[in-house]
Design a protein around this ligand. Structure first.
Ligand SMILES: [Fe+2]
Length: 164
């Protein structure tokens, strides 16, 4: 139920920017596919879905406040906006800190410190590799997949989509 409420809030934030909305749904789909493949316990899945739903939620305010959606601004505003949304929908306080941390660090590889963050990283990259220049160089792309993907399901999805 928190998932549906968070999706409604996400749609409100991105109502004038459907690109972000579509991107978010694509990332959520991959996150859920990875969770299924990795047999993540049901009780942990909602939390990871919420991370995916809110991961780019700071983009609009980053542009409004800083004039740029560059990673550090998006992370900073995302940490705040995700927390506000989760508080508004009544999500348990003890779980909000973790989501806010992941959203607030989601562009920073060195901050990955758990399977929830790793799944978010892989789901986002599965979508974003589509437009990365590295795609045109097969060897570099292989290396990028090796460096970034850790879950068996994520590796399989990345190879199927980008190396076949
Ligand atoms: Fe993203």
């Amino acid at each position: 139920m928190f998932k549906e409420r968070a999706i409604e809030k996400m749609k409100e934030v991105f109502k004038e920017n459907t690109w972000w909305m579509d991107h978010t749904f694509s990332v959520l789909k991959y996150a859920e596919e990875i969770m299924e493949g990795e047999k993540i316990p049901q009780e942990e899945r909602e939390q990871i879905s919420l991370i995916a739903i809110l991961h780019d939620i700071g983009a609009i305010d980053a542009i409004k406040i800083h004039g740029s959606d560059a990673a550090p601004y998006q992370e900073k505003e995302g940490a705040r906006v995700s927390r506000e949304i989760l508080e508004k929908i009544g999500y348990p306080k003890e779980k909000i800190d973790r989501i806010s941390y992941v959203v607030g660090s989601h562009h920073t590889f060195s901050k990955i410190d758990g399977v929830d963050f790793q799944i978010q990283w892989e789901a986002d990259l599965l979508v974003n590799l589509e437009t990365r220049p590295v795609r045109s160089d097969r060897e570099k792309l292989k290396a990028a997949i090796e460096d970034n993907f850790k879950t068996t399901t994520g590796i399989t999805l990345a190879c199927e989509r980008y190396l076949k």
